[in-house]
Design a protein around this ligand. Structure first.
Ligand SMILES: *[C@@H]1O[C@H](CO)[C@@H](O)[C@H](O)[C@H]1NC(C)=O
Length: 430
């Protein structure tokens, strides 16, 4: 896939790289004209239509408000997703700028995820309509004018944390002066820094385990003397600040819509820990096999039993939000059973159960029954070629491989985040 040399359309999300002249304009026009008619030009993607069709029809004739938000989206999490959800609510069309690898390296050190992986994650979000790749790290005047003139952006959106340019001036001063700046509230309780911290802490814990017990790299699921979950995170001092609320889950859900009559329901399950590009791609493939994708998310205890004491990195509610934010997931089961039972298949009218070929190795399966025995015996089980080889472990390993750099970077950021949490006050909004 070419991200840098041409414009392209993916799943109804329009892409254009920054630093383009004539071609970009064409793509922008195409983007406007097709999206205006509710994405009818993308017939193979009924969910896209479903998502925006009705809403768009209502608005026909009125000028559509285009809003822009940018970011690195490295180790993208539901906090980013929530920010983009809020940004989208301030307009009709959300355009997202994704910062290039080079710019991230220059400004804060190497990203964990490549631009391609970050683009897949961002465009997989159900609130995103267009993507501009290779956005600059600092929003400069030239780029801002480009957003207003070429991309027809009405408002630039940013979180409530201050964003200063290297010379100490407010990066959004110009947009503010022009009355084209809007602010959203920062999502509390999670940050990439925090996630990196959790991964590094879990690695440190594993090393301690090894030294003490001589156990394998992954540690043994020791269920006799544990109080895991809190345990593994607390040890490294990385207790999640995130408080899952019912409102947040509702905001991320598809408005309570179930499958339409006669819909073909596809089921896929897993841990979906450290939600990554591989997850987006497999959910997309699974969704294309039916009309409704039901995603089973295993409980923290189940994941821990299968993968060891230090898993999952993200707890059940966090993992559920990440999956819900993905445009290909229609519904999730929070804490799905390990085995796909006959009862589940009947309850949800599941027509097909799928599993990706690339999956996390489950270390402690010895002697356990095949979790897909029932769907296999019913002839409704299918292996699905995983489009990407990335796994949760491989993402964690990248962080571990660059351990030193991330530890340093994290220490700095953790200090400023601690300060943020200590000093913060109530801000209204959602
Ligand atoms: C159950 O799913 C099948 C498709 O696999 C569909 O034909 C049938 O109508 C569904 N049942 C209901 C009650 O929706």
């Amino acid at each position: 896939m070419e991200y840098d040399t041409n414009n392209w359309i993916r799943d109804g999300v329009y892409y254009y790289p920054h630093l383009f002249g004539g071609i970009m304009l064409t793509a922008a026009l195409l983007g406007l004209s097709t999206s205006y008619f509710g994405g009818i030009s993308v017939p193979s993607l009924p969910y896209f239509l479903h998502d925006v069709g009705i809403f768009r029809k209502k608005k026909r004739g009125k000028k559509r408000i285009r809003v822009y938000m940018d970011g690195c989206f490295d180790l993208m999490h539901y906090g980013h997703a929530n920010a983009l959800r809020q940004a989208k609510a301030l307009g009709d069309e959300l355009v997202v700028g994704v910062v290039s690898d080079e710019e991230i390296i220059a400004n804060k050190g190497p990203p964990v995820l490549s631009l391609e992986e970050r683009l897949i994650l961002v465009s997989g979000l159900k609130w995103v309509d267009e993507v501009i790749s290779n956005a600059p790290y600092d929003i400069n005047e030239e780029f801002m004018n480009r957003l207003f003139n070429e991309h027809k952006i009405d408002y630039i959106i940013h979180g409530d944390d201050p964003c200063l340019l290297p010379d100490g001036t407010d990066a959004y001063a110009l947009a503010k002066k022009a009355g084209r700046y809007k602010q959203i509230k920062r999502t509390e309780g999670v940050s990439s820094t925090d996630i990196v911290g959790r991964i590094l802490a879990s690695v440190k814990d594993m090393k301690v385990c090894e030294a003490h017990e001589g156990s394998s790299l992954h540690g043994e699921p020791d269920n006799t003397n544990n109080n895991r979950g809190e345990g593994s995170h607390a040890k490294g001092g990385h207790i999640s600040h995130f408080l899952p609320t019912s409102r947040r889950i509702v905001q991320f859900s598809n408005g309570g819509k179930g499958p339409c009559p006669n819909a073909r329901v596809v089921y896929i399950d897993g841990a979906f820990d450290l939600f990554h590009a591989g997850h987006v791609e497999i959910l997309k493939s699974a969704r294309q096999l039916g009309d409704f994708l039901l995603v089973g998310i295993h409980s923290d205890q189940t994941v821990s039993e299968q993968r060891g004491l230090h898993h999952p990195i993200m707890h059940l509610h966090e993992r559920s939000l990440s999956v819900l934010a993905c445009r290909y997931a229609d519904e999730v089961i929070m804490g799905a059973p390990w085995e796909v039972t006959k009862d589940m298949i009947t309850t949800f009218n599941i027509s097909l159960v799928v599993r990706g070929t690339v999956a996390e190795s489950n270390l402690f399966l010895n002697g356990k029954a095949d979790q897909y025995e029932v769907p296999k015996s019913m002839g409704i089980f299918q292996m699905l070629e995983s489009p990407k080889s990335i796994t949760t472990t491989s993402v964690a390993q990248r962080i571990v491989a660059n351990h030193e750099i991330y530890v340093q970077r994290n220490a700095k950021k953790e200090a400023s985040e601690k300060k943020y949490y200590a000093e913060r006050k109530y801000v209204s909004g959602d």
